[in-house]
Ligand binder design. Structure first.
Ligand code: SF4
Ligand code: FES
Length: 269
């Protein structure tokens, strides 16, 4: 009798594992838009037998294979590294940039986070400064324009210095490294009700402002980058914290406070 109960429990566990591994059947509501001028709208697709182990982008690949087989236009979406470092895979999934999980990009999101029968809404970033090019692809050149305005060190720093030749406090080195982990994905802009780019710009300002090599041009840099950001139509920061909550690299809004301090110094000192 005891053995029978054991076997029954084991069978139940195996059955549960098989059920969990079963492919997912999903309804996708995907934003389709021919170009920047087109009004665009959601289109519904059914997709079946999606492995819980595949990534969100691999699921979109399968949708596109299905569409191509039916001689329909595939869905355009951006991607490159597919490992969370390039910032290209900018998708609004079920109303949140990069989906529900904290600290990951869309390409790091896995289908095991969804349930069989789920409906998934997939949209591009929404911001005047990021116009839609086609379907889910937006033009994020505005970020490049801000970087070109001052997001660099132009002084000749010579060859690679010996380790510890320029002393940097550990706390500053860590903060600069954290700021430099921004991948320019634009989720902060998409999450913000004001479409503010201040988390992105402040990360780019901070990564230099905290290091000796960046101090020489600090005033000029922050002043030019903030001016360019304003020109390009990004909104202002009203401290809602949505950018920090949705940033896949967990960039802190304390960078915005640092950028504001730097900006005031650049204007008045
Ligand atoms: S601050 Fe975060 S959300 Fe904004 S661009 Fe950088 S990585 Fe993306
Ligand atoms: S594809 Fe590069 S971060 Fe997602």
């Amino acid at each position: 009798m005891f053995l029978c109960v054991l076997n029954y429990k084991r069978l139940k566990i195996i059955k549960n594992i098989i059920m969990e591994r079963k492919g997912l059947n999903l309804t996708l509501k995907v934003w389709r838009q021919e170009n920047a001028k087109d009004k665009g709208g959601f289109k519904t697709y059914q997709i079946s037998n999606i492995s819980p182990d595949c990534s969100f982008l691999e699921m979109l690949d399968q949708l596109n294979e299905q569409l191509v087989d039916k001689i329909e236009k595939p869905v355009c979406f951006d991607h490159d590294c597919r490992e969370g470092i390039c910032g290209m895979c900018s998708l609004f999934i079920n109303g949140r940039p990069h989906g529900n999980d904290a600290g990951i990009t869309t390409c790091q999101l896995h289908m095991r986070r969804f349930k069989d029968g789920d409906t998934i809404w997939i949209e591009p970033w929404r911001s005047t400064a990021f116009p839609v090019i086609k379907d889910l692809v937006v033009d994020r050149e505005a970020f490049d324009k801000i970087i070109r305005a001052g997001g660099y060190v132009s002084v000749n720093t010579g060859g690679i210095p010996d380790g510890n030749a320029i002393p940097v406090r550990k706390v500053n080195a860590d903060l600069a490294m954290d700021a430099a982990s921004c991948i320019g994905c634009g989720a902060c802009v998409a999450a913000c009700k004001n479409a503010s780019a201040m988390l992105f710009v402040s990360a780019k300002v901070s990564q230099f402002a905290l290091l000796p090599q960046g101090k020489l041009e600090a005033k000029e840099r922050v002043s030019k980058m903030v001016a360019r950001m304003d020109e390009l139509g990004f909104g202002n920061c009203t401290n809602t914290g949505a950018c920090e909550a949705e940033c896949p690299k967990e960039i802190k809004i304390s960078n915005i406070a640092r950028m504001n301090r730097q900006y005031y110094i650049s204007q008045f000192a």
